[in-house]
Design a protein around this ligand. Sequence first.
Ligand code: ADP
Length: 521
Amino acid sequence: MKQKIKILHLEDMPLDAELVAATLNRENIDSEILVVPNRAAFVKALKGFSFDIVLSDHSLASFDSREALAMIKNAGITTPFILVTATMDDEFAAKVMKEGACDYVLKDRLHRLPQAVIGSIKKHRSEELHQAMQKVTMLQLIKSEAFSKGVLNSLSSHIAVIDELGNIVAVNEAWKCFGLENGETVLQRSEVGSNYFSACEKAAGSGDRIAQRTLSGIKQVMAEKKAIYYLEYPCHSIAKQQWFGMRVTKFENDEPRVVVAHLDITDRKISELRLQESNENLQKNVKELAISNAELEQFAYVASHDLQEPLRMVTSFMTQLENKYDDILDDKGKQYIRFAVDGAKRMRQIILDLLEFSTVGKTGDEPEEVNLNHLINEILALYRKQIEEKQACIEVHQLPVLHIHTPPIRQVFQNLIGNSLKYQKHDVGPVISIACEETISHWQFSVKDNGIGIGREYFDKIFIIFQRLHNKDEYSGTGMGLAVTKKIVENLGGTIWVESQEGTGSTFYFTISKRIAPGIR
Ligand code: ADP
């Protein structure tokens, strides 16, 4: 090796450093050695000294060879590293070699050092040379036509390279195949040698708007007004429906060139179209549902309104019959008339409830600030007689103040409290508790009682109109209260459900969206 070898030597014993230098000298190795005794000097040397090899003692005060090696590797330095140490067991040697040292020499066998230094440097230089050669070969490959062709042909996009005048100078296999299979499309029919601009102009002249846009896009990229031009277009043949995404970019070889790449995006387009179609269907269904709901509500409203008059007639004539023929009628006749009047009264109540159900959500008023604690007090005043008679105990926890329409929320609490008072065991005083919890998006209210409870199998059924679990003689009612309540709650962006055990009591929960009814602090 003719050149002077530059060595960085990590060693804190000056005598050992001199020994190393003398050993290399003895073998006529022309070297320039920088000895560093500690970490700070080593770090400084790494920054300022370019060297061919690092020699390192193993343990120095608060620094060692493995740390030094790790520093070198982390800095991306590939220079060979030889451990020169007094003692070394096999296991440690294997570890250091694995971490990237290229050799190790024991201090009592320094005669091996010159050979280890020369050998390591030679190996390193030949590796560097090999890598440099590989890079050159790669560059040559990239420059070679075969390489470009190979890469172009491996792509599934249909690609053409165009010069400044619009002449097609190269196309890939995908372009050629598509041109052959789909003769009717101008955009991907042209061959090498033909002029893409003229083909586009001709097609644009006969009304092909995509050809017209393509031409203007390519010219914009060519003039560097745009870095990329992208266009999605349909390209249907009799055999199949297809869509493409066309991307135009510019590059400079010896002359300016434009690459036009058409990628088949049919799968994506078909999914998009399906999604759009099902969205449209959904919207249509929602519209139809809204219309039929409105019609149904209108029907219920008109029917319940119009039924009231004939019903009033039945009741009034029955009462007249009873009054006028009181002395002629026997007890059976009078009982029949009472049944008829009772039936008519019940029917009137059903009609009124139906009317109420059909008008849920139709409130003309503006929402207002409603203190629910005050609202519950008003409702309890309405039920005062029942509360006193049944000696009910009602506990109201702190409730929020909401910005909400008063009638519907009053109706909800009135129905639930009314039911809690009604569906009680005969020998136990009602205990009712009303509370509210706040979640991120909703207010969650609960109305809990110690009444007769509900079987699990009826948890859903009770919210359907006219569904009752008892006959009218046991507990009065029409089976509309919870259906109305559910409809109101859903209009307020919430849900309603019950948790109950027969014989123990029920808790009705309902939520209201904070978006619809925000709280007022
Ligand atoms: P109605 O009270 O007019 O029958 P609702 O729709 O208010 O109609 O209630 C439906 C049914 O749900 C009632 O018939 C009753 O069986 C049951 N129910 C409602 N609330 C309670 C309650 N707090 N405890 C037990 N059962 C109840």
